[in-house]
Design a protein around this ligand. Structure first.
Ligand code: ADP
Length: 462
């Protein structure tokens, strides 16, 4: 049993988990992210493949975020998966649970926010839970129970057309009521503005009326700070990543004393050295701009790049084999250059290799028309996974990956099960370090500034 793990977080998707972990680190929490739960009877292993002392690992951790893929699966399955995660985290010493949902409350009338929250309330014997997806810095605010995306009501935003979870009702009290067996209430902005005492009174009033969960309004960071401090006292919170910005650092009020300045930053930069590999399988506009920026700067640096042309390579085994040889040659050159650079310069800056399938919409469509959407995606993701494995064999320890699905494929190829969350590179994207000793920057499509790729690696080389 851990002496210190105090917060268990269960996220309903992978990039949402990282987003929350990033906010927790920024609030001063030592945070680990698990990619699913460890298999029965299997423990985590280090770079040498030796099992880790989990007791020690969790004793040095304040929060664990388990990334599930439960947002759009069958509600019963989502409940079972989430309960299993909670039970495992509880066994590691966790006392409180943060169910992380999407800031646009992605769900359907069947769930899975309501069903999972209901199941966790029962498991935790919680008599009340605050529900708040707001993240004003990201344009998500809740006013009178209605969710806004920027200036638009949720139901007027692009989310109304989401293929899996179309959000056509902005009134979250109504939305959650359709999903939960409990009565849902509202803690409105006026109560939030009056502060903790007024909110506590409102909660008592709601409980007396038989309400078990309440949507909380939040239109500013100030509101999240008030709510964050309040939900830290409760056993369960259902929220986006935003409310975590209001959490006090562990130890700040003696909840988790560890003999340190409680506000000391826990953000770290991975120590891995050597060349960096950037794998970009995202075609989002931000990723397109990042690839363009990298190619531009590589004209005046020792960085190299290699484009993936799926139309040429997917159906021609010989062309693919030749391309793979080029890739291996690039990796070899990268390591050669790294040792030369180190010999010549006092302050080395190892070269970087960018491999990208990133393309504009028109050419993506051409590829998809020729190969089929699913086959094109699967082929590129499988290639990215192979490239990561090959780089690992060469000794690459620094990876920057663009694309949510692409990140999933790479992380799986590297057999990564657990990430230590480090310093933020750009909003929502931290450096992370896996137990096997990989530095990983995993960027979902639209995140990051134009210079993200070089900025991420420059941070490690500084
Ligand atoms: P994002 O986070 O931007 O959505 P993802 O990695 O999640 O990025 O998804 C991008 C998908 O597009 C992946 O399945 C990837 O394999 C696929 N893809 C990447 N490049 C191309 C391309 N040139 N043509 C067709 N599909 C592509």
């Amino acid at each position: 049993m851990s002496a210190s793990l105090s917060l268990a977080c269960i996220a309903d998707d992978f990039t949402g988990a990282t987003d929350l972990a990033n906010n927790l680190v920024r609030a001063g929490w030592r945070t680990l992210q698990l990619l699913g739960l460890p298999e029965e009877g299997k423990s985590f292993v280090n770079a040498a493949g030796e099992p880790l002392d989990e007791k020690q690992l969790f004793a040095q951790t304040d929060a664990v975020v388990v990334a599930l893929k439960s947002r759009t699966i069958d509600p019963l399955q989502a409940q079972a998966m989430s309960l299993q995660a909670w039970q495992w985290l509880q066994a590691q010493g966790a006392k409180r649970c943060y169910f992380k949902v999407c800031s646009t409350f992605d769900s359907t009338d069947k769930g899975n926010i309501g069903p999972v929250a209901d199941a966790l309330m029962d498991a935790l014997k919680a008599d009340f839970a605050i529900v708040c997806p707001a993240f004003p810095a990201g344009g998500r605010t809740v006013f009178r129970g209605h969710l806004f995306v920027g200036d638009q009501l949720l139901s007027d935003s692009g989310m109304k057309d989401h293929p899996l979870t179309p959000m056509t009702d902005s009134n979250l009290v109504r939305v959650l009521q359709r999903q939960s067996k409990h009565r849902i209430g509202l803690i409105d902005y006026q109560t939030i503005a009056q502060g903790p005492k007024a909110i506590a009174q409102r909660i008592e009033q709601l409980k007396a009326d038989g309400v078990r969960m309440a949507i909380a309004d939040a239109t500013s960071d100030q509101d999240l700070h008030v709510l964050g401090k309040l939900v830290m006292e409760q056993s369960l919170v259902v929220a986006g990543s935003g409310i975590a910005i209001g959490f006090e650092a562990p130890g700040a009020r003696g909840q988790n004393p560890r003999g340190q300045n409680p506000h000391e930053s826990v953000a770290f930069l991975p120590r891995q050295t050597g060349p960096g590999l950037i794998l970009s399988g995202s075609c989002s506009l931000a990723s397109q701009a990042q690839v363009k920026h990298f190619l531009q700067q590589s004209k005046t640096s020792n960085d190299v790049s290699l484009a993936i042309d799926p139309l040429k390579l997917a159906r021609d085994e010989r062309a693919k084999a030749t391309w793979m040889q080029d890739y291996v040659a690039c990796l070899a050159r990268l390591f050669e250059q790294t040792s030369n650079v180190q010999a010549v310069h006092a302050k080395p800056r190892p070269p970087r290799l960018l491999v990208y399938a990133t393309a504009q919409a028109e050419s993506v469509k051409q590829v998809q028309d020729a190969l089929g959407i699913d086959i094109a995606s699967a082929w590129i993701e499988a290639l990215m996974a192979d490239l990561a494995k090959e780089a690992k064999r060469f000794g690459v320890r620094r990876f920057v990956v663009a694309g949510g699905e692409t990140s999933g494929a790479v992380v799986q190829a590297l057999d990564v099960k657990l990430l230590k969350i480090g310093a933020q590179i750009d909003p929502g994207v931290p450096w992370t370090e896996s137990l096997q000793g990989f530095a990983l920057a995993l960027k979902s499509g639209n995140f990051g500034a134009e210079d993200f790729f070089t900025k991420a690696l420059d941070l490690l080389d500084a």
